[in-house]
Write a protein that binds this ligand. Structure first.
Ligand SMILES: [Zn+2]
Ligand SMILES: [Zn+2]
Length: 326
């Protein structure tokens, strides 16, 4: 009952841009393991192509929270999926979401955009490479990511060389080498384009990483901007500029106050507080702000939303949960 209400509210936000009341109610929902029903929304009148849906696969961080798997999300456009990041459990989370979004079946996970190479965002890379192969992915995995991505993929292949040999030379009737990752190391700017989507990489500032990116996906019906891990980066506000959805990482400002000085210095350089995000979102003016990669430091999901509001952001904002679709 509550779930279907959440889905209807989300649908309202999407279809009409009506945000405030809906988002306040949405953000008050109880945590749920169930996927929501956003995929059941009808297409907008006059829509020609397939509808674009954002599916959160993992909304977690390095903290091994059993309800929040490693960072990963998917932009689904009809029968095609575009993944951002490969956190722990990405293929199984996608398989769960595939019940509603068939483009997330393991064999259809063919395109991956990595924001940066921190382990929480890449632990699922071997999973995508090899599980997709075993699920008869018809192509190698195409990966876009910062410098260092190609070396990582090569070393993953080397680490699993015995598995590859046994599967190809043993009794499995397996002939392809589609475990491979075809890597495109990127700079900021347009990195991908097909007949459904244009993808731009946005340079962001993530502490001492020499290269870290957010991504902007533009389709026929929506513009979705994903922050990746970052401290407040004006480049994201510019990339969004009234976009449909801004998916942004965040940490609790109240929780941060309780951290030791060295950890405060770390988080200030690498991540974005609720207060900083409120200011950034006021610049970016998304139709919906979705919090992911939430560092709670003892706060709750509702606390994070409240902190963002109290810091002066009045637009629609929700605390994202695994398997939610927007
Ligand atoms: Zn991270
Ligand atoms: Zn990171």
């Amino acid at each position: 009952m509550w779930r279907s209400m959440r889905a209807r509210l989300r649908s309202l936000v999407r279809l009409t841009g009506l945000g405030l009341l809906a988002a306040a109610l949405v953000s008050a929902g109880e945590p749920s393991e169930q996927p929501t029903a956003a995929a059941d929304e009808p297409a907008r009148p006059g829509d020609a192509g397939p509808r674009t849906v954002l599916v959160l696969l993992g909304t977690g961080t390095p903290v091994p929270d059993p309800k929040r798997w490693g960072p990963a999300l998917a932009i689904v456009v009809g029968d095609r999926s575009y993944l951002v990041d490969a956190g722990s459990g990405v293929v199984r989370r996608a398989a769960a979401a595939a019940r509603r979004h068939p483009a997330l079946q393991p064999s259809k996970l063919q395109r991956l955009f990595l924001t940066h190479l921190h382990s929480d965002h890449t632990l699922g890379l071997p999973d995508l490479m090899f599980t997709g192969w075993l699920a008869s992915r018809p192509t190698p995995l195409a990966v876009w990511g910062p410098p260092g991505t190609a070396a990582m993929a090569r070393q993953i292949e080397a680490a699993w060389q015995d598995d590859i040999r046994v599967r190809i030379e043993g009794l499995e009737p397996r002939t392809t080498r589609n475990y491979r990752a075809v890597v495109h190391e990127i700079e900021a700017g347009r990195v991908y384009e097909d007949d459904r989507v244009r993808v731009d990489a946005i340079a962001v500032s993530h502490g001492s990483w020499p290269a870290a990116f957010g991504y902007r996906f533009q389709t026929a019906d929506r513009t979705i901007v994903v922050s990746g891990d970052t401290r407040p980066s004006e480049s994201l506000a510019k990339a969004c500029d009234g976009c449909d959805v801004l998916v942004h990482e965040v940490y609790s400002a109240a929780g941060f106050a309780r951290l030791s000085k060295p950890w405060q210095a770390y988080h200030r350089a690498f991540h974005t507080s609720t207060l900083e995000l409120a200011a950034l979102a006021n610049q970016a003016r998304p139709k919906l702000l979705v919090l992911v990669h939430q560092l709670f430091f003892g706060a709750t999901a509702a606390d994070l939303v409240r902190e963002v509001r109290e810091a002066g952001y009045a637009g629609p904002v929700v605390s994202g949960r695994d398997l939610e679709a927007f």
